[in-house]
Design a protein around this ligand. Structure first.
Ligand SMILES: [Zn+2]
Length: 317
């Protein structure tokens, strides 16, 4: 997710980062397509794949851009809802669309477009913030943005699934176990009772989760939880990664995101984490005067599995 243009001035560094990601993704796409074609020529069938996009706001000024994106999606790929993730047909590629925060601009500008192009979607609502200002996104959203009211959520069409985005949009990994349980389980109860719809999916605020929050999601009865780690989905998993999308994405950026070309990022982050850990271990060894190669003090302590952990495979729960 990037800030709505005009809310904050983009820096030269963020522009360069965006260009670099685009270039790597284009290369990744070329190589993956080549491998895929070779496999096909060898007569090998391939597991079905899916990219789950996550949006936030769709400002009126960018509605036409969102229209182009949904038209492109509908023409090139199969748009599916999240319930279909567990049954991806062999040799197929699908795209699912989600929206975090349940903002009014989603209701006003995105829904008519989704209906027009027959694209199902899921919106993740913050149970205790309905009708309020999304204070957690002050540096991302325009000042006039609001969270959908209870009435707006109740009037959503059947093609829109509603999921939980917790009670108050706090980082679950920074809370006590009791507080996190209340956010996870309490939000489901509130949304189900207020909206009279089953709530079976949860999206982690800031993409942050750990082993404890995963356990609590299972205990609360969720069928799937979604994070912000870009992932080409294939196979049935409890935690599903998603690719960030915005209406102001460049055309090429968006087309590549649809194919899964941006899903190289976790591998690079995992490599970076490993290098950092190795450097820290070496530095620790030097400080302690220990034998090179021996485990550094504290190296066996359990690492945090919090905010967008990218160096850890999703558990198959
Ligand atoms: Zn959010």
């Amino acid at each position: 997710m990037s800030a709505t243009p005009g809310v904050i001035k983009p820096s030269a560094a963020s522009f360069m980062l965006r260009i670099t990601k685009l270039a790597i993704s284009a290369l990744f796409f070329t190589i993956s397509r080549l491998i895929k074609n070779l496999r096909r020529m060898a007569g090998r069938r391939q597991a079905g794949t899916c990219v789950v996009l996550y949006y936030h706001n769709v400002p009126t000024d960018y509605r036409h851009r969102f229209e182009w994106q949904m038209q492109t999606l509908a023409q090139a790929w199969t748009a599916i809802n999240l319930q279909q993730l567990s049954d991806l047909p062999v040799d197929s590629h699908s795209v699912a669309v989600t929206f975090d925060d349940a903002l009014e601009s989603f209701a006003g500008n995105a829904i008519p477009v989704l209906e027009r192009f027959g694209v199902p979607a899921t919106v993740f609502a913050v149970a205790d913030a309905m009708g309020a200002r999304p204070t957690w996104g002050d540096s991302y959203f325009p000042a006039e943005e609001r969270v959908m009211s209870v009435q707006s959520l109740r009037s959503l069409p059947e093609s829109i699934t509603i999921g939980s985005h917790t009670r108050t949009h706090r980082d679950l990994t920074a809370l006590s176990s009791a507080e996190a349980a209340n956010e996870i389980s309490g939000s489901r109860q509130t949304l189900e009772s207020v909206l009279s719809r089953p709530i079976t999916f949860l999206s982690f605020p800031f993409g942050a989760f750990d082993d404890s929050t995963l356990r609590q999601c299972l205990e609360a009865g969720y069928e799937r939880a979604f994070t912000t780690l870009p992932e080409l989905v294939s196979g049935d998993r409890f935690v599903v990664g998603r690719v960030a999308a915005d209406p102001w994405d460049w055309n090429l950026e968006f087309r590549l995101k649809l194919t899964g070309a941006y899903c190289w990022q976790p591998w690079v982050s995992a490599l970076r984490t490993k290098i950092k850990a190795r450097c820290a271990r070496i530095a620790g060894n030097k400080r302690e005067g220990s034998v090179p190669g021996a485990a550094a003090p504290g190296a066996e302590t359990t690492p945090s599995v919090g905010r967008v952990r990218v160096d850890r495979a999703f558990p198959k729960l």
